[in-house]
Structures are given as C-alpha cells and as structure tokens.
Design a protein around this ligand. Structure first.
Ligand code: NAD
Length: 566
C-alpha cells in the first residue's frame, strides 16, 4: 500500500510461537509468584513464561506487557516492590564472592557462550524485540549484533583490560607498586526501552566479567526482552543468582537499587539521569549515565550528495528516531543545500512503515502515546511558527495507533521547541550554513554532546572539522553506527548527555576499584638511622629530580619489573 509520501505495510506480525526457549507449560506457573495465573494466560500471552525470571520476595500483582504494534498482550510480569529489590540484592551479593573468585578465563568463556546463544537464537530474539519494541527487523538485528559483538569483545579482552600492572614505586627498585582491579561488588543497571536487548545486557556483561553481581531494572515497557536475555545468560553458564532482574517503574524501584548498589549504570533521559547521579553522589558511589542528545550532522561543501542523503535517512530514522545517537539537526553547506534537501526528502518518502516482522519494513511505530504526543507537538509547534515540511509531518493511524511519518523540516528557528529539545522521534531539521566555521558553531550550540556526524569526500577535511565538535563520538561518512559499533573505543556523552563511558577499557574498568599494593624493600621510606634529616632531604631532592627523567626513568622501570619477577 502506498499512501502519499510514505509506504505502509499492514502485514500482521508473525506469531512469536517459534520461541524455542519456551519450556513445556507444565510446571511453569508454580515458579511464578502469582496463583492467579492460569494456563490460558500462557496461550494468550506468548511470552508469559518469562515472568519466572523476575526476582520477587512474595506474590505480586501482574502487569500486562503490550506490543506497540497492535496492542497484543505479550506477557505479564510481576510488579516488583522495594522488598523484591532487597531480595534480588541479597541473592546477588551472596553469589558475587564465588563468581569473583572464578578465574577470569572461565568467566569469559561463559560470556562467549552467551554470544553464541544470542546468534543461535537470532530469529526468536528478533521476533521478541520486534513485538515488544515495535522496531523494524533490521533495526532489531542491529541491536542483536551489538549485544553479541559486545559480549565477544569483552570475552576476548577482559583478561588484558583487567590484568594487574607493575608500576614504578616511590623509590625505584626499593619500592615496588602493583595496580590491580577489584570488582565493585554489586552493580545496579537501569536501562531504557529503545534498545531493550543490547542496553539491558551489554553493560551487564563487562560488569559481570569484572567479577561483580548485577541487579538490572529494565524499562517497564520492555522487560520481556531482558528476561529472555537473562535466560540465555543462565543457559550460557552465568551462575543463577549473579544477575537478577526486577520489573517495575523507575520511581518505585530506582531509589532502592541505587541505595543498595556499589555502582550504578544508568541509560535514559537527562532529567532522570540527573536525579540518579544526585542520589549516587549522596552515597558517594560512582555512576555512569548515558543520556539524551540533540545530535548534529554536518554536510561539508565537498560531500557527495547522493551518498550523504542516503546516510542521513539511516542516521535520522533508524528505530523510528528513538535512538540516543540519532541525528536531529543537519547543517548543509549552502552550495549543496537544495540538491541535498531534494534527495533527502525523496529518500525519506520512500521509507516503508509497517507492523510486519519481515525485512521489508523500515520503520515501526513509536513506543507509546507519550512519545507520539511529543513528536506531534514538536512538529505542530514548528509548522505553526513557520517551518516547512519537506517530507512526512503527520501521524498514520491507518497503520496503527502509534505511527508517525518520518519527517524532514526546513525553516526551523530558535523559538521552536524542537530547535533545541530532543524529540527522540523521526523528526529532523535541515539548515543551510555558509562555511565550516558556521556549521561547527551551530553544531556546538547545544547543552548536549552525545554524537555527531561529518560528511565529506576528503577525510582530511572531515577530520579537521570532527576535532572541533563537542561530542563524545563523531562519525565520519556515517551517522552513528561506526563509532557505536567500535566496541574497543569509548562511547558516551559530554555536557548534559552524560557521565562516563561504555565500551572499550573505560566500559569495564569503571566497574572496578583500582587498588595499589606497594611493597617496600630493604630500607624504610624516610631518613635512614643516623643520617641527618637535612642531608637526607638534600639527597632526595637531587635524586627526585633525576630519577623520574630519562634516561634514568627507563632503567628504573626495568629494574622494578625484574625485581618483581625474582
Ligand atoms: P527515562 O529516563 O524515563 O527512563 C529510563 C529508565 O530509567 C527506565 O528504566 C525507567 O524506568 C527508569 N527511571 C525512570 N524514573 C526513574 C527514577 N526516578 N529513578 C531511577 N530510574 C528511573 O528515559 P526514557 O525517556 O524512557 O528514554 C529515552 C531517553 O533515554 C532519551 O532521552 C534518550 O536519548 C535516552 N537514551 C540514551 C542512551 C545513551 O546511550 N546515551 C541510550 C538510550 C536512550
């Protein structure tokens, strides 16, 4: 079906009955703390069995998890209370010591098996992510690959990243210093709905490999994917209690998690991130906060228009624009502005919207009414104040109650809400700029600083511009995926886009307490017996000036290492 602008696909999503991890019905209900559930529930809610993986202290009322595609009840999960967080924390803490004592190679082997299971159960997981979040199969596949590749990266690199190091001591040779990384203990993870698979597990894997236990609270709209991942993690060999999931709202469970954790990993909005960080600060525990963005794309004068327009479509509309690193502002050199706008709008209009779980759909619905209201309000406000709609610009109730067309706007001015606020939906504003300097200034004119994208046929030119951008990641000739999928390199935001980093060394060392163990050999530090303090101070002043400068520093390090080997 083609409807003016964007194509629609009304294919009914395939039934998720093929979920091969589903056990036989008999016996499952007894593991769920709710006597009210019946076998009928299992059949009408295809993922109902996953409720057994939620930790509860006693019976709880159940809540429906509803698909944004068509309102189908996918499963029901217990509505956890703070006592359930306490139960999860107690179990996780009890399991942590044994897990931390397990050799790291064995922990990594488990993570690697998890990677294999994710890939093996790819189709089942894609069906679930699609049904629970509504995103297209291709976008679900991207996050599945991200989860698998993050697990692979840390399974391969954690032993190296967490290895102890010998450091030059206070007095080279006489003082030996070793730096080692101890697990924090219990890591609390609070994750959002937009990437329900990878944002639930990809921060948990490095936390676990560093020897921690984890209590995870997924968003209340998408707990089933996290529960399915937990089941796979246990099948891979993670000890049953070392990772726990509680289900419920952030307002009810957020504080109890923060109050019990030794470190918190939060992904979500800047507003919530601020309150999470403030509570962590009260307890003097660390936190990492991956927050929102108003991400710019810069199309330089020497960019290839066709390739850039194609890239912009992916960069702006993947996961229906509900992506933290998604592009919401495009600055185009004036010489390319008209051809770029034409090409971008044309490609946007060709995108296929639909509920189908097949590979042909480009965009699914928004996650819920709140998100749809925000998108609609941003576009209506912009249009009322004079913006021009080049593509999209309206909801599509004919496809489903939560559909909104991918929308390209021009003529956006600073008095419009979407000029500075994150829309977190399929809406982008395109602006003409006269020079690189103007583009960089406009791109940096935001409190956010998560992701940016630069397009040019000259890598030298693009890198020169990229280095001037205030953003945690900058992608050249790509929207967001090149930096995000470079799992060995840190990912995160500056400004109000966040604190800390995921991926790479930073993404695992943050879950540890670095500890220094220093050993003093032969002489105590301080003046030796019988040596006048003044003479000692004069000697040390000279020695201190020399020892940490080449060529003395290198032999000192070699001697320190050699002494440690003896
Ligand atoms: P949100 O902050 O409302 O919710 C995120 C998580 O926080 C959910 O699990 C929620 O239950 C929990 N939560 C809510 N209130 C809480 C509280 N008071 N204490 C503790 N936890 C609480 O975020 P959202 O609006 O649902 O998600 C979209 C936002 O997340 C966007 O701004 C987006 O840019 C951001 N995001 C950022 C990244 C990133 O990596 N930087 C990734 C995905 C989403």
């Amino acid at each position: 079906m083609v409807v003016e602008g964007c194509r629609g696909s009304s294919q009914v999503p395939s039934a998720p009955n093929a979920w091969s991890l589903r056990p036989r019905v008999s016996g499952w209900a007894s593991r769920v703390h709710n006597g009210a559930m019946t076998d009928t529930t299992v059949h009408s809610a295809p993922y109902a069995r996953l409720a057994q993986f939620v930790t509860t202290a006693s019976d709880r009322p159940m809540r429906d998890i509803v698909s944004p595609l068509d309102g189908q009840v996918l499963g029901r999960v217990p509505v956890c209370e703070p006592e359930d967080v306490a139960a999860a924390v107690a179990r996780a803490r009890k399991a942590q010591a044994t897990w931390a004592a397990t050799p790291i190679q064995r922990r990594c082997a488990v993570a690697n098996r998890f990677r294999g299971l994710v890939l093996h159960h790819c189709d089942d997981l894609l069906d679930l992510v699609h049904a629970e979040n509504g995103k297209s199969r291709l976008n679900a596949f991207e996050e599945l690959m991200d989860a698998a590749l993050t697990a692979a990266y840390y399974a391969q690199n954690a032993p190296r990243l967490l290895a102890s190091h010998t450091r030059v001591g206070a007095i080279p040779v006489l003082t030996g210093a070793q730096e080692r990384y101890r697990p924090k203990g219990l890591v609390g993870i609070i994750s959002p709905w937009n990437y329900p698979l990878t944002l639930a597990v990809s921060d948990a894997i490095p936390a676990l490999l560093a020897g921690n236990a984890v209590v995870l609270k997924p968003d209340s709209q998408t707990p089933l994917t996290a529960l399915a991942a937990l089941e796979l993690m246990r099948r891979a060999g993670f000890p049953a209690d070392v990772m726990q999931i509680v289900a419920g709202s952030g307002s009810a469970l957020g504080d109890p998690i923060i109050d019990a954790a030794d470190y918190v990993m939060f992904t979500g909005s800047t507003a919530t991130g601020r309150s999470v960080a403030a509570r962590c600060a009260q307890r003097l525990i660390g936190c990492s906060a991956e927050l929102g963005g108003k991400n710019p794309m810069l199309v330089l004068a020497d960019a290839n228009v066709a390739k850039t327009a194609e890239g912009a479509v992916q960069a702006c509309f993947s996961t229906t624009g509900q992506l933290c690193v998604s592009i919401e502002r495009v600055y185009v050199h004036r010489s390319l502005y008209v051809p770029f706008c034409t090409a971008f709008a044309e490609r946007t209009k060709r995108l296929v919207l639909g509920t189908g779980s097949g590979w042909g759909v480009d965009l699914g619905p928004l996650i819920g009414e709140g998100q749809l209201d925000k998108v609609r309000a941003h576009v209506e406000d912009a249009v009322a104040k004079g913006a021009t709609v080049l593509a999209g610009g309206r909801a599509r109730p004919d496809l489903g109650p939560l559909f909104y067309e991918p929308t390209v706007l021009t003529g956006v001015t600073d008095d419009m809400a979407l000029a500075r606020q994150e829309t977190f939906g399929p809406v982008v504003a395109v602006y003409p700029v006269g020079s690189d300097t103007e583009a960089v200034a406009a791109a940096n004119d935001t409190e956010y600083g998560l992701n940016a994208s630069v397009w040019s046929t000259s890598l030298r030119h693009a890198r020169l511009v990229a280095r001037q951008l205030h953003a945690g990641t900058v992608n050249i000739n790509e929207g967001y995926a090149a930096a995000w999928a470079s799992h060995g390199a840190p990912m995160g935001g500056v400004g109000i886009s966040g604190l800390g980093r995921r991926h790479g060394r930073e993404g695992i060392v943050k879950y540890t307490e670095p500890q220094t163990i220093a050993t003093q050999h032969a002489l105590l530090l301080g003046p030796p017996p019988g040596v006048p303090r003044e003479a000692y101070a004069a000697f040390m002043r000279t020695a201190g000036g020399l020892l940490h400068r080449p060529p003395f520093s290198l032999p000192a390090e070699i001697l320190t290492r050699a002494r440690d080997l003896i």
